[in-house]
Each structure stands twice: as structure tokens, then as C-alpha cells.
Design a protein around this ligand. Structure first.
Ligand SMILES: [Zn+2]
Length: 394
């Protein structure tokens, strides 16, 4: 009986000892290697630490982030406290530390402008926003038909600096106000933030026209034989922007996606003969070319009956007679494959075989043949083909 009693007592004693040891165990809180307080449990230590930080932020707008905190287990802590008292000890310590710390605020500086921001995070935000501001500004100068775009090599001028300062001694500027301030100063200095914008765009291009000489046109005349078509090139270029303003641009590569087709333009080489008006210059009542589904082979010049008709150029009279719908008609051969025709005449003053000079009177205008009223029908033919006489008349 006695033995069992002692065993019971020993067990109780051990239990008591363990219970006591458990309660004597404590958790020491260190901030930046300095002992601050001790708690009875790790959870209590952490909770107190969190609420001390929160109170400091609510009371003084300060948020301690850069510190080395450690909670380590110890035993026989005579100093362990709990609840408000624990929080208060941590709070007091944090408050002293933040007052003493020179690294709360962050001063941002460029040229003549400086501002102190609450912390480094907000200073970095200001710089990121300034970069964004200039990227947006550069975007206003956007290349057409751009297929890709990226920003590279963002550089911030050395003159822009941020440095830690003791915020308590400074007037704190809001990040928005600091952003306006540094942008104004960068714009004034014309330096600050530079970057490269690499864009790929599809650009239309043209080939130089191809000129071909032709006898079918007179000297000084030209005609588009074939229209050119645009080609498409893919151009990759890099453009350096300083404060959103383009400083220089260089083309990296150029690749043809669709070939341009050059225009072909005929250039006349035939010597331009000198023709004069067959009557005093008057209004053209009907021009050369397509008319009512047929081709009008000359021009109609509105002149009254009996107007003097002159040789437009010197030559030999080929025909001087009535020719079907032309009515009374004179044809002059100019000897170089070119001839002139004068139709609907009322009187003919030359005979076939006569040599005539430019400006010589050869007939009187009229209304003979198929007409709708008195006028002179005048033609110029080159190698048998009628051409628009207006090409050769002043
Ligand atoms: Zn006519």
C-alpha cells in the first residue's frame, strides 16, 4: 500500500512539474535583434505584433515594413505579459524605432523639383506612372497599318533620384501631386524618361513608272498604257522617344509582301507638225470621238454659211469634190502620212493636184452632205487614222 501511494505521489509531482514547465515556457519577441517583450504563446506574440503595427498606422499613418522580427521560444521567462500590455510594449518600441529610423519616407528629385513621398513604394509608383504618361504621349504618334508594337530600353535619366529620408521631418506630398511635379520638370528640362518603340507596319509603296517611246504620239504627248498598282512592304523600325517626343528612328528590316507593279507610260516621239485653225477660232459644237454609238472622225466648228475656209497646213490637194455624207469636201495630203479634210462646204476654191500653203483660202463653209445645220467638219488623219484635231490646234 505504501509503495503504491508513493508511486501515485510521484506521478502527480511529475505532472505538476510538467504543467509548471509548460507555463514557464515563454516566447521572446525581437525586433531588429533587440529584445522587446515576451509572450506566453507564439500565437499571442504574433497577434500582438500585428495589432501594434496596425495601431501605429492608424495613429500616425506610418507603416513599418522594413524590419527584422523574430519570435523565439525560451523558458522561465519572468517577463512574459499578455493582452494589451504585450501590444503596448511592442507599440512603444515600434514608435521609437520609426522615429529614429531615417528611412521612412522617400525623397524624389529631378532638376529643381523635389518631393517627399510617404514611402519607397509610392515613389516607385510615381516613376512608373511617369513612364506610362510618356508611353501614352508617344502613342499619339501612331504609325498607320501597325501590326505589332513593343516598348524596350526604358531609361530613366540619372538626374532623377529617389533616396530614403526621415518622413517625420518632411512635408509629405501625395503621389498624384508628385507625379504632376516631376512631369512638369522633365518637360521643362527636356530629359527624363526615354525608351525605344519597336513597331512593325505594313506600308504601301510604288514602283517608278516605266517610260516607253512611241511613234503613235506626238512629241510632248504622253499616255498611260498601264496603271501601276501599289505593293505592300513590312517595315520593322525602332524609334527612340525622349519624354514622349520622337528623337530618331531607324529602320531595322524591310520585306516585300506584295510586289508593286510599275505603270507603263508611252512618250510620243513623232515630230509635232504645225497646224493652224481652218477658220477663225470658233466654238466646237461637236468634239472628236464616240458620239451616239459611232465614232466622230473630226470636230465640228460652228461657223455661219460662207465662212472662209483655209488650209490648216501646206500640201497637195488630193480631192476637191462631193464625197457622200461629207457633201462638198476638200482633202489635202501633207506628204508625211498626214492629211486634213474639210467637209459640208458650200463652195470649193481649189482643184485636185493644186499645191496649197498654210492659211491659203481653199473653200467656203456650208451645209452640204449629212448635217443638222451649217458648220465646218474638220479632220486630221495620221497614216489613215483620224486623230483628235484638238491635239494639234492651239
Ligand atoms: Zn462632223
Amino acid at each position: 500500500m505504501k509503495k503504491r501511494y508513493w508511486i501515485m505521489l510521484s506521478l502527480l509531482g511529475l505532472a505538476a512539474l510538467f504543467w509548471g514547465l509548460h507555463h514557464l515556457k515563454c516566447y521572446n519577441i525581437y525586433i531588429n535583434q533587440k529584445y522587446v517583450a515576451a509572450a506566453f504563446s507564439k500565437e499571442e506574440a504574433e497577434a500582438a505584433f500585428r495589432s501594434a503595427r496596425m495601431q501605429l498606422y492608424e495613429n500616425e499613418g506610418r507603416f513599418m515594413s522594413d524590419m527584422d522580427t523574430r519570435i523565439s521560444a525560451g523558458i522561465f521567462g519572468t517577463d512574459a505579459v499578455e493582452g494589451n500590455e504585450l501590444t503596448q510594449r511592442i507599440y512603444t518600441e515600434l514608435e521609437q524605432m520609426s522615429d529614429a529610423s531615417p528611412e521612412d519616407g522617400c525623397r524624389i528629385k529631378i532638376g529643381n523639383y523635389r518631393a517627399t513621398l510617404p514611402d519607397e513604394e509610392s515613389a516607385k509608383w510615381v516613376i512608373r506612372q511617369a513612364v506610362l504618361h510618356y508611353v501614352n504621349l508617344a502613342e499619339e504618334k501612331k504609325e498607320e497599318n501597325r501590326t505589332s508594337c513593343r516598348i524596350e530600353q526604358i531609361k530613366i535619366h540619372d538626374a532623377l533620384s529617389i533616396e530614403p529620408v526621415s518622413a517625420s521631418d518632411e512635408e509629405i506630398t501625395s503621389p498624384e501631386e508628385a507625379l504632376r511635379g516631376i512631369i512638369d520638370e522633365m518637360d521643362r528640362l527636356k530629359y527624363g524618361i526615354s525608351f525605344d518603340r519597336i513597331t512593325t507596319s505594313e506600308v504601301y509603296y510604288e514602283e517608278e513608272p516605266v517610260y516607253q517611246e512611241t511613234e503613235t504620239l506626238f512629241d510632248g504627248e504622253s499616255e498611260v498604257y498601264r496603271e501601276g498598282t501599289f505593293g505592300v512592304k513590312e517595315i520593322t523600325a525602332s524609334e527612340r522617344f525622349v519624354n514622349g517626343v520622337s528623337a530618331y528612328r531607324s529602320v531595322w528590316s524591310e520585306a516585300v509582301r506584295t510586289e508593286a507593279v510599275p505603270a507603263i507610260i508611252y512618250i510620243g516621239t513623232r515630230e509635232m507638225p504645225e497646224y493652224g485653225w481652218p477658220v477663225e477660232k470658233a466654238s466646237i459644237t461637236s468634239g472628236f470621238g464616240e458620239r451616239w454609238g459611232a465614232v466622230h472622225k473630226g470636230i465640228d466648228i460652228g461657223v455661219p454659211m460662207g465662212t472662209s475656209v483655209k488650209a490648216a497646213r501646206g500640201g497637195t490637194v488630193l480631192r476637191a469634190e462631193r464625197i457622200g455624207t461629207y457633201g462638198n469636201c476638200v482633202i489635202i495630203d501633207h506628204g508625211d502620212g498626214q492629211e486634213t479634210r474639210y467637209a459640208h462646204l458650200s463652195g470649193i476654191l481649189v482643184n485636185a493636184g493644186d499645191e496649197v500653203v498654210k492659211g491659203q483660202e481653199i473653200a467656203r463653209s456650208g451645209n452640204s452632205g449629212r448635217t443638222t445645220g451649217p458648220h465646218l467638219h474638220f479632220e486630221i488623219r495620221v497614216d489613215g487614222e483620224p486623230i483628235d484635231p484638238m491635239r494639234l490646234l492651239d
